[in-house]
Write a protein that binds this ligand. Structure first.
Ligand code: NDP
Length: 362
């Protein structure tokens, strides 16, 4: 590589987080011949990346002077897929030139054209995945894998075992339904009401493996839950696990669907409302409500990420998981064609526009 280009920040801004970003050209301080040099192929813009720029995320990278800036800065982005382009001289490595790899830990800074790593154990191979899946396996894929696998591994799933989740249209939720299906568990996905509900529900059921999709208004509706939902669930359903990434009323309504001694895992708060749970569920139904954070899981046990990635790649190779390609809007960062300002504007537009996930492809 000739010039390293990274999208960096020194400060945070809650109201307009993209305003803190700039594109920096620099020469890295490390010796390239002693490093694993990787070229970024693609990175997504995730909710947690935005929360970091806003300054409201509890895990942040250290800010340093490594990027020739006047103030300490960090490179934005927590996940992305890289291609190995050179390996340390005179040192054996588990990687080969051309391998596709992702960072194991978060806060590595992925919004960059090239990155350097010191050791093999900072990266894990994702060869065999397409670019869209590879760029999103590290956060959404591993989260979905752990949310399903780590809590059901002792179940020995039966025909009538279910999990329920809200934000059924999210990237994580679509991986959850596919992984659950592969493991023989039914999934009930709750999605927000919308004009094209039937169409979206059909796609989630037919393409992404959701067993049944219902709307948020149905989720809260007592009559629906008493008379119609049981028909969807079949005889003696065991809803054992609720996955909550919304909070507020939605979290209470999915928790109510759990059987006795059920578990609710909260991993996101898209509605920005507190998780509200009926007291009676705790007292009379033995509900357990816990938080889930992939960042912390991986910090405590990096092996858990490697295992999740390997298992995810196996599921993908078996055809159990499809590429999120159609659900993603690709944005092209072409250094040969675009000025630094244009690249920065492209990323800022990705941050500021809502809806489908944006993936910056280099
Ligand atoms: P996506 O951007 O793919 O999806 C966002 C989802 O949130 C959509 O389903 C959207 O529904 C829904 N949504 C948006 N606004 C609201 C709202 N006001 N009320 C209810 N639902 C809303 O997200 P990801 O899959 O990348 O992430 C999903 C969540 O999981 C995020 O909160 C993220 O921070 C969290 N997460 C947590 C992790 C952890 O370890 N704890 C790891 C990975 C993600 P709609 O289609 O109706 O717009």
């Amino acid at each position: 590589p000739t010039t390293f280009k990274s999208i960096i920040y020194s400060n945070h801004n809650l109201e307009d987080c993209s305003s803190v970003l700039s594109l920096q050209n620099y020469q890295p301080k490390q010796n390239l011949s002693k490093s694993i040099v990787v070229r970024t192929l693609a990175f997504p813009i995730n909710p947690s990346d935005i929360n970091q720029l806003q300054g409201v995320y509890p895990s942040l990278p250290d800010k340093t002077y490594d990027y020739s800036t006047s103030e300490p800065s960090a490179i934005a982005g927590n996940e992305g897929v890289f291609e190995v382009i050179s390996l340390p001289e005179n040192k054996s490595s588990s990687f080969k030139i051309g391998d596709w790899v992702i960072p194991i830990r978060s806060n590595q800074g992925t919004w960059s054209n090239y990155r350097l790593f010191d050791r093999d154990n900072e990266l894990v191979k994702v060869n065999g995945l397409d670019i869209y899946t590879a760029a999103t396996v590290g956060v959404n894929g591993c989260t979905a894998y752990q949310l399903v696998n780590d809590y059901i591994k002792d179940w020995n799933p039966k025909e009538n075992d279910w999990l329920v989740q809200n934000a059924g249209t999210s990237g994580v939720s679509k991986f959850v339904t596919q992984i659950a299906k592969a493991k023989g568990i039914n999934s009930l996905s709750v999605i927000r009401d919308r004009d094209n509900f039937e169409e979206v529900a059909k796609t989630l059921e037919e393409k992404f493996g959701a067993t049944k999709v219902i709307s948020e208004s149905q989720n809260y509706d007592k009559e629906f839950n008493k008379t119609i939902l049981p028909k969807f669930l079949g005889p003696n359903p065991n809803i054992k696990l609720a996955l909550n990434s919304v909070g507020g009323k939605s979290s209470g309504a999915i928790a109510r669907k759990l059987q006795r001694d059920g578990l609710m895992l909260t991993y996101g708060g898209m509605s920005k409302q507190p998780v509200t749970l009926p007291t009676s569920l705790h007292i009379f139904k033995g509900l357990t409500s816990k938080g889930f954070w992939i960042t912390d899981n991986v910090k405590r046990n990096p092996e858990s990420k490697i295992e999740a990635v390997h298992e995810f790649v196996k599921l993908y190779t078996n055809g159990d998981i499809i590429s999120p390609k159609d659900e993603i809007i690709p944005l092209t960062w072409d250094v040969k064609k675009f000025t630094d300002e244009q690249v920065l504007d492209l990323v800022k537009d990705g941050i500021n526009s809502t809806g489908k996930k944006k993936l910056v492809v280099l």
